[in-house]
Design a protein around this ligand. Sequence first.
Ligand code: E4P
Length: 217
Amino acid sequence: MKFFIDTADLAEIKSLASSGLLDGVTTNPSLIAKSGRDFKEVIKEICSIVPGPVSAEVAGTEYDQIMKEAAVLRKIADNVCIKVPLTPDGLRACRHLSDDGAMVNVTLCFSAAQALLAAKSNATFISPFVGRVDDIGWDGMQLISDIVEMYQNYSFKTEVLVASVRGPLHVIEAAKMGAHVATLPPAVLRSLFNHPLTDKGLAQFLKDWQGTGQSIV
Ligand code: E4P
C-alpha cells in the first residue's frame, strides 16, 4: 500500500519525506489556503522534495478552464498529478489529460457509481472521501470495499486512493480491503507508530542496558 501525505505544509512534508515512508502528496484548495503560500510555488517545492505523484487541484469547473489550468500545472514538474472534480466536465478533462500522458486524480468521490465513471474516464487515481462519508452517518469504508471489488471485477487500472482519512483504523481497514493508496494527514501517519507496549518495552530495554555499563560505539 502506498502512503501519500495530505498537506501543503512544507515543514511537515520535509520531515516525513526523510522517514522514507512517503510515496506521494495530495493537496487541495483548502490546504493551499491554510499554507498561506503561492499555489504554483508550493507545488514546485513539494515536487522537488517528494519524487512520487503530487496532486495539484484545478480551480476551474468548466472543461476549457480546467484544461487551461492543467496545462499550466503540468509544466511545474513531471510528477504533478492533475486533480479534477468528479463532474461531467472534470471527467471529460480527465479522459483528455490521461490520453495525453498526464496523471489525473479524480477528487470528491462519494459513491461507487461515481468511481465507476472515473475508472471509465481513465483516471490514474480515484479519491473517495471516507471521513466525510462517515460524517453524514454513512459507511465510508463500505464505499472503499465496493470500489475495490468493482475495479477488480473489470481489472480497471485506476488506483483507489483513500482520502479524508481520520485515523489509523481507516488505514488498516483500507489496507485489508486492498486499496492501493491512502493519503494521510501528518498526524495520522505519525499515529501509526504508536503502541504503549512499544514505549514500555523500549523503556525497560534502555534501563537494563544502562545497568550493563556497556556501550556499542
Ligand atoms: C484528498 O485528496 C483531500 O485533500 C482530503 O483527503 C480531504 O480530507 P478532509 O475531509 O479531511 O478535508
